[in-house]
Write a protein that binds this ligand. Structure first.
Ligand code: ZN
Length: 137
């Protein structure tokens, strides 16, 4: 694993949260993106070498909607950048971690992503993410 790529934060209302984080961080979000397969609308803020990803549910059965119902808004996941997501998934499986995806999935921000179950990671939902070139879309 390399650096913390971003922190994911679940929000009830993306426009409201964008305004809050813009006041907090002093910069506007640099992009917004909907990932319909995950039922999520995201926005991203740059904070030094790391990013903040805000996540709003686009439908009531999306994982973010369920998270908000149970826990309310707040930190949702920590994402680590990896060079080779399949190799890292293999390594974590061998270490006994429970992965939530058998195969990497397409996430926001041109990433392949995979999640590690919080039960096997000390209560934290961990995301692995590997950058993919936009031309490979
Ligand atoms: Zn994320």
């Amino acid at each position: 694993m390399q650096k913390v790529e971003h922190i994911g934060i679940a929000v009830a209302d993306l426009a409201e949260a964008n305004a809050l984080y813009e006041r907090l961080l002093g910069v506007p979000p640099y992009k917004e993106e909907t990932v319909e397969t995950e039922g999520v609308r995201t926005s991203f803020f740059r904070t030094g070498p790391t990013k903040i990803e805000l996540l709003e549910a686009t439908r009531p059965d999306s994982p973010i909607a369920r998270f908000l119902e149970k826990r309310g808004p707040g930190i949702h996941h920590v994402a680590f950048e990896v060079r080779d997501i399949r190799a890292e998934m293999e390594r974590l499986r061998a270490e006994g971690f429970q992965l939530l995806n058998d195969e990497p999935r397409r996430g926001a921000d041109n990433k392949l992503v995979c999640f590690v179950h919080p039960k096997s990671a000390g209560g934290v939902l961990v995301e692995l993410c590997q950058s993919i070139e936009p031309e490979n879309e």
